[in-house]
Design a protein around this ligand. Structure first.
Ligand code: SF4
Length: 283
């Protein structure tokens, strides 16, 4: 990857369509700051730390399967995930309502990894946690990290969040990358292992399969859109609505999830805050 290339991450493609500006603030932070804007560094969330750790637990057992033909035990996967979680939160973490403590996190992490093990036992992995990139022209590189690629050409992405999202653009980007690296791709699948409160029953894994051709086409279009937006920003960094339109209607428009919230890189959050106070009304 050339040093001066601009990286577009597949995982950012769905978020880009939710709020162009929030996604740009995450994807192109260095360039945006060089243009004179400040954006905030978001604190690590417990949801993200749990997701990374659960992925690692499953990676360990699927790697066993690839090289030894044996998955290994549920305990192997859980212990690897818990060790990883300890590393992930070394510098602190923001707890949330679903996971308010370390104790709750460990219970949830073990349950989520356990819930995925029957699925892992059925998979026929060719490779796990594969980092790929491809030149998409004009100095831009598409990059992505595929969780699981099976011998039958299935791409699988594990999601460990509290809510199920829509990820065909991300998976479409993975398909483009995998094909450009010479892999056969026949299906795009997201396995969702929900994160629920400690006192609730762990729901089963559900799988969403996205249409391959449509996902690739849509991902390609969004990549082209991002390239045009960045090029427009480079031409005129002051006219942000011409480059990165903002969407304050987004569910993630808050200081917790958006690095542009509360900064001069976005003005839309200001309108949200301008709610009348009681003392503003005549008595
Ligand atoms: S503050 Fe809201 S509208 Fe502005 S970039 Fe962030 S999410 Fe988008």
């Amino acid at each position: 990857m050339a040093k001066d290339e601009t990286i577009i991450r597949c995982s950012a493609l769905p978020a880009y369509m939710d709020c162009n500006r929030r996604a740009a603030a995450k994807l192109f932070q260095e360039e945006i700051e060089a243009a004179g804007y400040e954006v905030r560094q978001l604190a690590a969330s417990v949801g993200s730390a749990l997701g990374t750790s659960a992925h690692y637990g499953i990676e360990v057992v699927l790697t066993n399967k690839i090289y030894n033909g044996q998955l290994g035990s549920v305990e192997d996967a859980c212990n690897a995930a818990v060790d990883k979680f300890s590393e992930e939160i070394t510098d602190g973490v923001i707890w949330d309502d679903t996971t308010p403590s370390l104790n709750a996190a460990i219970v949830q992490l073990r349950r989520q990894v356990q819930a995925y093990m029957p699925m892992a036992a059925l998979l026929d992995p060719k490779a796990v946690e594969i980092s790929l990139s491809a030149d998409v022209g004009d100095g831009f590189t598409l990059a992505g990290h595929i969780d699981i690629l099976e011998h039958n050409g299935a791409i699988r992405d594990e999601k460990y969040g509290a809510r199920e999202g829509q990820f065909w653009l991300q998976l479409g980007g993975y398909a483009l990358l995998a094909k450009s690296a010479g892999h056969e791709v026949n299906s795009l699948n997201v396995d969702w292992i929900p994160r629920v409160g400690k006192t609730k029953h762990q729901p089963p894994v559900t799988t969403t399969t996205y249409p391959l051709q449509q996902s690739q086409t849509d991902a390609y279009q969004v990549i082209q859109r991002i390239k045009m937006d960045v090029q427009q920003f480079r031409k005129d960094p002051d006219r942000l609505y011409q480059s990165f339109p903002a969407n304050p209607m987004s569910m993630l428009c808050s200081d917790k999830y958006c690095p542009a919230h509360g900064t001069e890189f976005c003005n839309a959050w200001k309108y949200q805050a301008a709610k009348p106070k009681e003392e503003d009304f005549p008595v």
